[in-house]
Design a protein around this ligand. Structure first.
Ligand code: DUR
Length: 284
């Protein structure tokens, strides 16, 4: 239930729980592992957490808080896309006191020559946005405003947390590759990730090549959340250390797609690697 009108700027309910995450101060750890899929979050909780607190589920967010190796952590599933990451970072920030660490562990597509089932750590992220005004551009003389997709400058992850994640992934996955580089977060799984859909006028045939060229073939991964995490973490007035790792599920060049059994195995092992990094990062 919403609070009264004076809270329209940042609504909280009667027990001061934030409007979408549904938690109040103290009900979320300052160390957060966030995933997209609520089933992945549940598996990770069952396999890896002890002293589990009451589950919180609200508006598509599911929060499991418990201990990993004696350290209190929260595993939060958010669904998909930058708006859901925005809710997590802003409302999470509101209910936690002091410095925070947030690691995203998700899935992605790759536009590099790397096998599906490899892992990726994002040392920075760019945003790829569809520009709807492009479709009104016919009579517009200013062609600089007439690009169908905008590609942002990169925003950096926390260097220390990226270093920890890279080490944990390399020691957990000795027989697999961990690539470290640039991530691209898109506002669609389809058009702004360069997927061709004959049902729509998307003007995206050149998009993957444009992304590859713009950043000298250093963009490894395409997904939908990491940019918003890095952007807000670097603009937060209190410290938020952020990093992201992904399972490479699809290769957009070879069209390969990872089998589900391997994906499930990588979810748990990679989740463990993320939690190791999350409890090792210094938050003082
Ligand atoms: N994802 C992509 N693109 C891919 C593979 C995975 O965006 O090619 C991620 C991001 C989003 C979800 O949360 O998985 C969409 O399936």
């Amino acid at each position: 239930k919403l609070g009264d009108a004076k809270n329209a700027n940042f609504p909280v309910d009667d027990r001061n729980a934030v409007y979408h995450l549904g938690v109040a101060k103290g009900e979320l750890s300052s160390r957060i592992l966030t995933v997209g899929d609520s089933e992945r979050a549940l598996k990770l909780k069952k396999e890896l957490l002890e002293d589990v607190e009451e589950e919180k589920a609200h508006r598509g967010f599911v929060i499991h808080t418990g201990k990993y190796k004696g350290v209190r952590v929260s595993i939060v599933s958010i669904g998909m896309g930058t708006p859901m990451m925005d809710f997590l970072v802003r409302e999470g920030r509101y209910v936690v006191d002091g410095p925070m660490a947030i690691i995203r562990y998700g899935t992605c597509g790759s536009i590099k020559d790397v096998e599906v089932g490899s892992l990726a750590v994002a040392e920075s992220s760019i945003l790829v946005r569809r520009n709807p005004d492009f479709w009104h551009c016919e009579n517009n003389k200013d062609h600089s405003k007439c690009s169908p997709y905008d590609i942002s400058k990169p925003v950096q992850a926390d260097k220390e947390l990226v270093g920890l994640l890279k080490n944990e992934f390399e020691s957990s996955f000795k027989d697999r590759k961990t690539v470290v580089g640039i991530n691209a977060s898109a506002d669609s799984f389809y058009s702004s990730q360069g997927r061709i859909d004959p049902e729509f006028d998307d003007n995206n045939e050149q998009l993957i090549d444009t992304i590859i060229e713009k950043y000298d073939n250093k963009v490894n991964t395409l997904e939908m959340e990491t940019f918003q995490l890095y952007h807000l973490a670097t603009r937060s007035k209190q410290p938020i250390k952020a990093a992201a790792a992904t399972i490479i599920l699809a290769n957009r060049i070879t069209q390969a797609f990872l089998d589900n059994n391997t994906k499930v195995k990588l979810e748990i092992e990679g989740g463990r690697a993320c939690l190791e990094a999350l409890i090792k990062i210094n938050l003082n």
